[in-house]
Each structure stands twice: as C-alpha cells, then as structure tokens.
Design a protein around this ligand. Sequence first.
Ligand code: FES
Length: 189
Amino acid sequence: MAETTHPSGVGAHGAPDGEGTTRRDFLYLATGAVGAVGVAAAAWPFIDSMNPAADTLALASIDVDLAPVAVGQAITVTWRGKPVFIRHRTEKEITEAKEVNLGDLRDPQPDSARVTKPEWLVVIGICTHLGCVPLGQKPTDPKGDYDGYFCPCHGSHYDTSGRIRKGPAPANLPVPQYAFTGDTAIRLG
Ligand code: FES
C-alpha cells in the first residue's frame, strides 16, 4: 500500500492532530530521516543485502504530490531509507541536459533515458563515489559546474540530468523506479 507525501515549505513543522500525525509532520519526520541517511549511507550495501524489515516493506511505494513544486524548485523525499531528489526543471536546465554531447560523458546516457517528463528530474540523491548526499536541492546550495548537484565530500559535479560530469564519482545518480499517476503526481516503487 502506498503512503502519500505532500511537499510543503521549508521548515514547516505541523502539530500532532491527536490521531497520528499531520501531513506536515510526516514531511518533517521524512526530512529528519534524510539526515540519518548520511550516517547510514556507508552501510547501505550491507543493509540492502538483508531481508527488508516490515516497516521498510510498508514504504515500498510512496505517492508524491508534485503540484506544489513550482518551476525551479526542488523537494527531497525519503523512499526506502534513501533521499530522492525531485526537481522541477527550468527550460534552461532542460536544454542544458539535452544538448550535451554523449561522447563527453563518463557514464553516457541521454537525458531522455533518465526522465519520464522533461520538466521533472527524479534521482536518488546519493553520490556514486562514496555515498554522500550531494548539495543542489536548496536554492542556496552550490550546484556545481554543471548546474545540477555538487558533492563536496570529494568534489563530484553532476549536471541537470544528474549525470556525473567531473570529480571522482564513477556513475550517474541512479533513477529510481517510478511512474506518473497523474499530471503532477508520481508513485515511487
Ligand atoms: S562521496 Fe561524493 S565525491 Fe566522494
């Protein structure tokens, strides 16, 4: 069964409603979980090889409402214990992603193979070098030399399609399994 995640503004902390948690509380908890992912990232391959716990199975799929995310904005949701970066790309970002010569890429993949709709980039936000969470989601974050994401751990730069362009990371940010369930709604998993 899928849970629904509704993005809201940065720093929104809802109050418990007595019956459980509000949507904003869920977001707050999910955002908090992203912080924990950094600590757990190094152990991920090991954890991945174990049988999933019941609560992991419960979050095998989540629905994400993208309607509140304006062009140029980004949200991070936690899915199966990992941060998923969702960016509503601008025309400029889409053009940059499409115009790249594949021969210049370390891990050659056309943008069209990495997105379902050009305006929405959905990638797992874990650097393929050593598993840090790259910067580039917040408006104030450095986005690296290619307008995408920057991993300050050892200086990996990703482009607006999440492809590795510079630095030690060997591969592009992975695209998770997802599908659009509406014009502005996706289901991860
Ligand atoms: S973990 Fe990202 S550059 Fe090393």
